[in-house]
Design a protein around this ligand. Structure first.
Ligand code: SF4
Length: 308
């Protein structure tokens, strides 16, 4: 946390660690998901759309190397050539043979030290075999690698209900195995999942604090057009958080994280054509400012209620 800030942002963390802000280049490596092809389940997590929570670039025919080059060029134009995180976002990126994962990561090779300063690999906690960790550990000797693992909520019954189909202990185990390899970890959470409630948001933060992930991404539940959740929403089975309510729950969540855990994300947005609800999509600065105000009103900060 810098100065009087009441929570630790990704910007704080990246300046501390890399000396400059990092900018993400979201990449679609054409991976798949075991929760869509029947290995774990069919249909995917209820909130996930057909792009696997990613950009859909590969489906549009954009090769990985080209995606990265375009992303780096965009950053160079907008951010005065600031360094980037190559973010392998879509689907479950370790749901491939180790050789394939190695090949995917090799896309960053020409840009190491010249644009790409770190690599982030998103996956499911129950889809992280030791062979994948071997590959990630090798790459981590050349460029900092962090593994982004979805927890979403810390309640096994909810994880079944939302068709996520892994357990909380799968997540805790994946974090521990990733940390043993010297890799950074980022845990992903969604506030407002059906049936999870405000207590659920607090429980999720407690779990993330206790297992000691280095970073946290958290956002509000959104209903995307091509998701299972869109049917539930049309049937009136989904209650979504209003912005004020979300900030209130977010403050509860942040108070329970450990002070060192960097907040990589505080809300999500989606393309207007993909988003059914909620109708509010604030700018990141607006959420940050509101969270800061709410914590100041309470006289608390990140870590005030941490049990980790
Ligand atoms: S959110 Fe991730 S794990 Fe769930 S269906 Fe989408 S790609 Fe698969």
């Amino acid at each position: 946390m810098t100065g009087a800030a009441r929570f630790r942002t990704f910007l704080d963390w990246s300046v501390e660690r890399f000396g400059r802000p990092l900018h993400r280049v979201a990449l679609d490596a054409g991976s798949q998901c075991p929760n869509r092809d029947g290995t774990k389940g069919f249909g995917g997590c209820v909130y996930c759309d057909v792009e696997g929570s990613g950009t859909g670039a590969m489906r549009r025919g954009d090769e990985l190397a080209l995606q990265l080059e375009r992303g780096l060029a965009r950053i160079a134009r907008r951010h005065n050539a600031g360094p980037a995180v190559a973010y392998f976002q879509s689907y479950s990126n370790t749901y491939v043979q180790p050789e394939r994962l190695d090949l995917v990561l090799a896309t960053v090779e020409p840009h190491l030290g010249r644009g790409v300063a770190a690599v982030s690999v998103a996956t499911r906690p129950d889809t992280l075999p030791e062979g994948a960790l071997d590959v990630l550990e090798r790459w981590n000797r050349r460029v900092p690698v962090w593994v982004e693992l979805g927890l979403e909520c810390a309640d096994d019954a909810r994880l079944i209900e939302i068709n996520r189909l892994h357990t909380v202990s799968d997540f805790v185990d994946a974090v521990a195995r990733t940390q043993r390899r010297g890799l950074l970890t980022v845990g992903h959470a969604i506030l407002g999942l059906p049936g999870d409630g405000r207590e659920g948001a607090r429980r999720t933060a407690d779990t993330l604090a206790q297992c000691g992930v280095d970073g946290v991404k958290v956002h509000q539940l959104m209903v995307l057009r091509r998701s299972i959740l869109s049917h539930w929403w049309r049937e009136g089975r989904v209650e979504l958080l209003e912005l004020d309510e979300y900030v209130d729950w977010l403050a509860d969540f942040v108070e329970r994280l450990a002070p060192h855990q960097a907040l990589h994300r505080l809300h999500a947005d989606a393309r207007a054509e993909d988003l059914l609800a909620p109708s509010w999509t604030p700018h990141a600065n607006q959420v940050r400012a509101r969270l800061e105000r709410e914590l100041a009103r309470r006289g608390t900060r990140q870590g005030t209620l941490a049990r980790g």
